[in-house]
Design a protein around this ligand. Sequence first.
Ligand code: GDP
Ligand code: MG
Length: 419
Amino acid sequence: MTITLPERALVVLVGVSSSGKSTFAQRHFTPTEVVSSDHYRAVVSNDENDQTASKDAFELVHSIVDKRLRRGLLTVVDATNLKTIDRKSYLLTARHYGVATIAIVFDLPQAVLLARHRARPDRSFEETVLDYQLANLENSREHLPVEEFQAIYILNSEQAIESVEMIRTSQVNSYLRETGPFDIIGDVHGCYDELVELLTKLEYDVAQLSHPKGRKIIFVGDLVDRGPNSAGVLRLVMQLVQQGTALCVTGNHDDKLRRKLRGNKVSMTHGLADTVAQVEAEPSFFRQDVRRFLENLPYYIRLDGGRLLVAHAGLREDLHGRTGETVRAFCLFGATNGQLDALGLPVRLNWAADYKGKTTIVYGHTPVAEAVWLNNTIDIDTGCAFGGKLTALRYPERELVSVAAKRLYAVPSRPFLAV
Ligand code: GDP
Ligand code: MG
């Protein structure tokens, strides 16, 4: 399931104790985005289970929600929120500040909840409390649809909770007013030395994280895996983004690393094992920073009044400006027909051959020997990690600048240099 979050939104988690609300919140949101009643119970009483502290705790929760929504910040209420009256005051605050409201309902089978509750050392209340909460959840099924939420997502299994992909739409259109000039850089794949060399060739001051003429970098994603120094690439790109000198969209490799770092099971192939080992060798705050950085990357961005679009694997014209699972899959993997080729790799369709749009699309994902324009689109992944080169496209000049790979770091499963 894909949950689409607008830029200014209030997310209300709804679910009985032990349904996984806090775990979910920790996975998908940054600590300051989550306002937890348990946390404020502990703040005022030293005990997050002390129900006599609830009144004080909820006063703080409401006050913080109010202050954050006033600033237009994404805010998540982590409490049971099982009754209409519990949810009402948040909805009023959200309406007051004109922010979107989204309910995420955790509706797990009773047996799962009971098993979790019994296994949980930090929750000592009677199981009758759970029965009472379940009755309220049952009522919520009826009441929620007539409350004021713009969207209600119901997660009714552990699998459904696990598979949620959160898409933050804010950034897609956030850069429309930026006109450049830009240096758009293809798949780096851990090739740190080549990245520094390319940035130097493009006249960036790498130590100062800036360009003397104020140019900006845009990475097409796939920062990691295959090359020798994914951690170094992540650190530099994160610093450039933090500094406002670079923008970045997410690639399929970055997305897989993100899922790994948030605790999902992913296959450790195509260089991911090395990347994870490099990240784990760093101090633990680096791992947190990487995770937060990856969680916040957009799948694509539109720039220059809509004249330019950057997505890792490109984007069909009818999907421009949209969000959702189809958009996410296209941005990360491009057009595929669900079939595998003789090498067992997904068959990639050449969507660019059919593209007729006015928006210039710059992308990567599929390594090519040379970056070549096709119908106002250009693939600038010239396979650096595979011994090719690292390429930048200057926009609006439309000049290509490359540096050669210093080595062959990984063997491509599909040859590309000969094509
Ligand atoms: P909350 O009371 O709704 O905030 O629930 P928590 O997020 O604190 O989770 C309650 C318990 O369920 C904890 O012991 C978690 O470790 C466990 N838990 C949470 N999410 C999952 C999940 O997706 N799968 C499994 N198996 N356990 C989970
Ligand atoms: Mg909780």
